[in-house]
Write a protein that binds this ligand. Structure first.
Ligand code: 13P
Length: 344
């Protein structure tokens, strides 16, 4: 198989019908913060146990094609000594890795960030591939107000996404390209649409300029949604319509799949919105999920450090709901029908 065929095959498998991606690549600092909300101590072992609980949820591979890991996790072994990448592969879940090193203040641009991690990236990618990663993720972060994001912030972040994606493909790893317009703030849905469009256009200009194979990329965008503090929230039909219009205007048909982040929406909200988009129908790309919080939150709350089986039920429930949504078959009634653990 040529390297392009490998990339295309992996990208298509990541967005295969019925499946989506589990994002569990929280940095140690973010994971510690999320654990603290439920009084869970964050240690190398507790972070491993939490993630192992998810990867060993029976049948997770039915709904999840790949899991995005953090550097600490991809090097870890399960409690019984099995490498975590083997636990995932045995479950039919491809291991992936976050390779950016975080969003840092952008020089001369108060309130804006640039995502770092390009220095030494070629070497790190080769190592991750050796460990067993099949794909990678890089997240650009755009904060919204009336004044920002600036053209400067959009273009520098899009350029970095292009450099990352080209290097990932050179290493035989599919790049998940994530330009995230944050939900934080009181901007309305139209402001989110404008910023999302600007960022997606700039991102695809850079991917083309930097000779990235679009057939071997997965786009991970935000949904077009009003800021959390905006008094006027859009309905799911409006969110679906505006998101699809923006994506149709900006995302080339060669891209095999678009996997949304949840960005702070609840699992139910994210599923309702994804389902409305899939029902909108006749799209050139697969539309699916790459949720973090919208898949994990109920499981984390229940896990509490030791309730493994109950937490797995909660995770599988959200994974099944997300899978139904990406197939256009989600309905609120499903939430009730399968909270009964005997159904999972
Ligand atoms: P959320 O779905 O919680 O936004 O996380 C997805 C992710 O990977 C953010 O980079």
């Amino acid at each position: 198989m040529t390297s392009n065929e490998t990339l295309i095959g992996t990208a298509r498998a990541m967005v295969a019908p019925g499946k989506g991606i589990l994002a569990v690549d929280e940095s140690t600092a973010t994971c510690t913060k999320r654990f603290a909300e439920f009084g869970i101590e964050s240690t190398e072992t507790s972070r491993r146990d939490y993630r192992e609980m998810m990867f060993r949820a029976p049948g997770i591979g039915e709904y999840v094609s790949g899991a995005i890991l953090y550097d600490e996790t991809i090097r870890q072994h399960a409690a019984d000594g099995t490498p975590i990448v083997d636990v995932l592969n045995d479950a039919g879940v491809m291991p992936g890795i976050k390779v950016d090193t975080g969003a840092k203040p952008l020089a001369g641009a108060p309130g804006e960030t640039i995502t770092e991690g390009l220095d030494g990236l070629r070497k790190r990618l080769a190592e991750y591939r050796e460990i067993g990663a099949r794909f990678t993720k890089w997240r650009a972060v755009l904060r919204v107000s009336a004044e920002i994001p600036s053209r400067y912030c959009i273009e520098t972040n899009a350029h970095a996404l292009g450099r990352y994606a080209a290097l990932a493909q050179e290493a035989g790893l599919v790049p998940i390209v994530e330009p995230e317009v944050l939900m934080d703030g009181d901007h309305d849905v139209q402001r989110c649409r404008v910023v999302t469009e600007q960022m997606l256009r700039s991102t695809f200009e850079q991917l083309s300029a930097q000779r990235v194979l679009l057939e071997g990329v997965v786009l991970k965008p935000n949904m077009v949604i009003a800021g959390r503090d905006c008094p006027e929230q859009a309905t799911s039909d409006e969110i679906a319509e505006l998101t699809l219009k923006t994506l149709r205007d900006c995302v080339p048909a060669e891209v095999p799949g678009i996997a949304f982040l949840s960005g702070g929406q609840t699992g139910e909200e994210a599923c309702t919105n994804l389902d409305a988009m899939v029902r909108g129908g006749d799209l050139p790309w697969e539309l699916t999920y790459s949720f973090g919080r919208a898949l994990q939150q109920p499981a984390l709350q229940i896990w509490g450090g030791s309730h493994v089986a109950e937490a797995q039920v909660a995770l599988l429930h959200r994974a099944r709901m997300s899978s139904l949504a990406r197939s256009g078959r989600y309905a609120a009634g499903e939430e009730l029908a399968s909270t009964d653990s005997s159904q999972v």
